[in-house]
Design a protein around this ligand. Structure first.
Ligand SMILES: Cc1cc2nc3c(=O)[nH]c(=O)nc-3n(C[C@H](O)[C@H](O)[C@H](O)COP(=O)(O)OP(=O)(O)OC[C@H]3O[C@@H](n4cnc5c(N)ncnc54)[C@H](O)[C@@H]3O)c2cc1C
Length: 317
């Protein structure tokens, strides 16, 4: 477990960084140190410095020493700067045993703590809230059973485990964690499996393979030539049933399910059926958090019962 001190520095480094713009600078002359750009004006910086508690106590980081560390890291012993804040912390990787106890839910760093490696903690926390908020809203509104809230832990704890493990590995640039951040999938009673297998990436952490399989994030597809409107813009305030223009049989089924907020959106795009894994008469039900809850390859049948799927997604079976 690394012990770290974060030092917030006010110093105008515009001239020094204009030709080597970056957010993070590893400091070769000060082992264990990284300089982090904290605002766009490049005059507030964070110096993140790993220290050995067997050698250095927190008290040993006096203002005089902090100024010296900052000037060494920046490479100018006479630099005009000010220390705006200091925080000691330990690099930890933990996942809580429970994410829900009764009416209390843990989200974000309260539920899981990653090391800063890979910059994964915030995304995971936002994913928690995205997952939980529609479920709480549905229960409060009365169209979902309280048991739906148990799917929060079932869905997010495995993602937290993967994220925490990833933060213990080698650092990767953000684009090389798309498999984890965008590709993580859910298995719970708030997903209706369709018997298909998940896509198999050679590098599951790094590679995101878009799929409309239930439990996965509904894939992005531009819906207009100007590339302004995405499928992702359709989701967020209720269930959305996606069909092709030929999928009218599904629209009739939806009219019977008026007790649950659900909109139908017809997608007239040649790539959509393949991307979402349905035929020309199929349908995909997307949850309010943008995850696929149910998929039918063809027309409605007894084994593809949208009403039963919605009941399951609302925790009513
Ligand atoms: C050095 C470092 C670099 C990081 N870099 C990245 C990165 O690049 N990308 C990324 O995704 N993540 C990064 N993270 C992780 C990210 O910062 C956290 O995952 C994220 O901030 C967690 O958000 P949170 O809202 O769950 O918790 P916090 O941000 O910790 O927010 C909790 C808030 O609750 C307040 N609070 C605590 N107790 C009480 C109380 N009793 N009453 C009222 N308020 C209270 C706290 O003051 C705090 O404001 C980094 C973390 C560190 C330490």
């Amino acid at each position: 477990m690394a012990h770290v001190v974060s030092i917030v520095i006010d110093a105008d480094l515009r001239d020094r960084t204009v030709n080597r713009a970056s957010v993070l600078y590893r400091i070769g002359c000060l082992p264990g140190a990284t300089l982090l750009g904290m605002d766009n004006d490049r005059d507030r910086w964070g110096l993140i410095y790993e220290y050995d508690p067997a050698v250095d106590s927190e008290e040993s980081f006096t203002e005089h020493r902090l100024l010296g560390l900052a000037r060494t890291a920046i490479g100018d012993p006479d630099l005009d700067l000010a220390i705006a804040g200091v925080r000691f912390w330990k690099s930890t990787a933990l996942v809580a045993d429970r994410f829900r106890v009764g009416r209390s839910f843990l989200v974000g760093d309260a539920a899981h703590v990653t090391t800063p490696i890979g910059g994964l903690g915030m995304n995971c926390g936002i994913g928690d809230v995205d997952n939980l908020s529609w479920k709480v809203a549905a229960v409060v509104a009365g169209w979902a059973d309280e048991s739906l809230l148990d799917t929060y832990e079932a869905e997010r704890q495995p993602v937290a485990e993967l994220t925490v493990q990833a933060s213990l590995g080698a650092a990767r640039p953000p684009a090389q964690t798309d498999g984890l951040v965008l590709g993580a999938s859910y298995e719970s009673s708030a997903v209706v499996p369709d018997g298909s297998q998940p896509p198999a990436a050679l590098d599951p952490l790094g590679t995101y393979l878009p799929t409309g399989r239930p439990g996965h994030r509904a894939p992005h597809l531009w819906l207009d030539d100007a590339r302004v409107v995405s499928t992702l813009d359709l989701f967020g305030d209720g269930f959305v049933l996606l069909t092709t223009p030929a999928g009218t049989a599904w629209h009739t089924v939806v009219q019977r399910e008026s007790h649950i907020p659900i909109r139908v959106h017809v997608i007239d795009h040649p790539e959509w059926p393949d991307l979402y894994g349905v035929g020309p008469l199929g349908a995909v039900l997307v949850r309010p958090d943008g995850y696929v809850g149910f998929r039918a390859v063809g027309v409605p049948t007894d084994s593809n019962d949208l009403g039963a799927a919605l009941a399951r997604l609302a925790g009513r079976t």
